[in-house]
Design a protein around this ligand. Sequence first.
Ligand code: PLP
Length: 480
Amino acid sequence: MTDFRRRVAAAYDAETFRREAHRLVDTLAGYLAQAERGEGPVLPWAAPAVNVDRFAAAFPEEPSGDFADLIARVLSGSNHLHHPRYAGHQVTAPVPLAALCDAVSSLLNNGMAVYEMGPVSTAMERNVLRWMAARLGMPETTDGVLTSGGSAGNLTALLAARQAKAGYDAWNEGAHAGPPLTVLVPKSAHYSISRATRIMGWGEGGVTPVSVDERFRLRPEALDIALKTATLAGRKVIAVVASAGSTATGAFDPLEPVADFCERHDLWFHVDGAHGASAALSPTYRHLVRGIDRADSVVWDAHKGLLMPALVTAVLFRDGSRSFEAFAQEASYLFHGDAERPWSDVALRTLECTKEMMALKVYACLSVLGTRLFSDAVTESYDQARRFAKRLTAAGDFEVATQPDCNILCFRHTPAHVPPEEWDALQARLRERLVTRGDFYLVQTKLPKGVYLRVTLINPLTTDADLDAMMEALRTAARR
Ligand SMILES: Cc1ncc(COP(=O)(O)O)c(C=O)c1O
């Protein structure tokens, strides 16, 4: 046996794998239990340079065998999303079963680009997408893809919108082969929309802002003005984007009037439901996405509202054939029989060529855990945000930016001993203190009235008592 063969045999040895895997699962289960009990800091804060040193690229030439040590250091240095006091960005505490699915996906490495490279995950992907489309009330003509995140999803949808509505073949002839384009977008939309239009070569004017009301929801009556403004600026409007759950405040735009407007003006209607399309699962909050079934395209992140680890984003097209128009690439070494464009070669329709078996975790968790957990998680988290908003308002020394639509809530501490002109600086200081001490993980955002603290109640392990403790911790920090 050559030296290389011996190394390969050791690296791929099934028994070594079994041993490491058993040990790892025990370690992860211990970690999970500890995080769920709320032991230790949420985020063990360390400056970036410190972690760069801790995880230096000092790779040995020969096997070191210290996998367990390395993983222990990874676990202790990371942000603990299963800690009940994690309430920060829109990244969920994933159901642990999903993590096991990721291990399966990594080991099988079925790269999905063409059916043969992922026969099971391709079939699962189709059925997961159909399940999601049905939850939104979209018609049976709906089809789509899973992709790597809401940003990639929004780009995918807008590429298809361009092919459908530009009036020229921008994909083949280029962005300058016809009039400059734009989409009407509420001011509260996620930055990935304007990033997508810039990627498509439309520059700054590729997005025409639509004003929002005092609850940060798109004002439907402002659409006409935006359309006129864009036209006067020499732009052809091809689409309207609405947010079903905006990022900063979780505002749901009124979808029905936007759908009517799009119908009247023959525009593509895209709903960025990355955060909030999951509301459709909740009988109590389904009304927030009324009209989503009329969208030409919808983006829905399972890693936000469906308790999945990153990344799993569904891009759904009401007319499934449109999903082939986002990326119309020829690649004879990969795709055969291009005349019929088989749905099962998913890379024909995704930004990715190779991608992980994204559908597996969604499919497995829905199959094994049942759908009720997921719909209840939406209802509970949206209820919890409403209860928290009530307690904050009643307290007198806190102020909410707006009543929450979903599980995102912006608020600020306004103690009497701090003058209003110092409130912005105070929020930033309070957040820094709570986060760097590891007591809580929450974020902040700037709204027209100033700087606000922001929580996303996306971890089902967070209780009302944790949120009360957050209020107390903020008060204590403000008194310092
Ligand atoms: C409304 C909205 N759209 C899109 C995105 C981008 O999603 P991702 O982080 O999965 O790329 C986000 C992320 O927070 C979001 O809130």
